[in-house]
Design a protein around this ligand. Structure first.
Ligand code: GTP
Length: 174
């Protein structure tokens, strides 16, 4: 957790990484605004939003969220956003195996170049598209476990597990 925080009011820099189209922007907008946009546009560079949640012990956690652009042409910018991040959320689309492989690439990069105590979360998004699933829940669980990551499947469309994602991250902060 970043420097100027105390036990009651934490401020957390969180970076969201993953292939273009997996739903990163939709996850953030669902969490911050409670909305879903089926015509969400590709992110250019990165965008910033923040949201504060209260935990049961009355601690508040302000997430300062950097939603990065997933298109390959922006890959070189990623270090600007993950540098100093306390949390990295690495997302893939459960209907797209390539995006799962891309997520694994991000995990390796973060393990090498992220903060040593960074909290890593693996998110399988678009869980509402069960009939198009191509990455099994077990594959997500196994990969996350091997890499000491928190794992959850979400749907930005239905809001399933979106708040839980951020609550579980908050509980895992060092
Ligand atoms: P980049 O900005 O290019 O990195 O993409 P992104 O990961 O931010 O994807 P974005 O949030 O823009 O979503 C891409 C597309 O997936 C949009 O058409 C969304 O409406 C759709 N989408 C996002 N989340 C979900 C979801 O949970 N379920 C379904 N069915 N569609 C989703």
């Amino acid at each position: 957790v970043n420097g100027d925080s105390d036990a009651k009011n934490l401020r957390v820099k969180l970076v969201l990484l993953g292939d273009s189209g997996v739903g990163k922007t939709c996850i953030v907008l669902r969490f911050v605004r409670g909305q879903f946009d089926p015509t969400s546009k590709v992110t250019v560079g990165a965008s910033f939003l923040s949201q504060t949640i209260a935990l049961q012990d009355s601690t508040t956690v302000k997430f300062e969220i950097w939603d990065t652009a997933g298109q390959e042409r922006y890959a070189a910018l990623a270090p600007l956003y993950y540098r100093g991040a306390a949390v990295a959320v690495i997302a893939y689309d459960i209907t797209n195996p390539d995006s799962f492989h891309k997520a694994q690439h991000w995990v390796k990069e973060l393990q090498k170049h992220g903060s040593p105590d960074i909290v890593l979360a693996l998110v399988g998004n678009k869980a509402d598209l069960q009939e198009k699933r191509e990455v099994s829940v077990q594959d997500g669980i196994d990969y996350a476990e091997k890499n000491g990551m928190f794992f959850i499947e979400t749907s930005a469309k239905t809001a399933d597990n979106i708040n839980q994602l951020f609550e579980e991250i908050a509980k895992r902060l060092p």
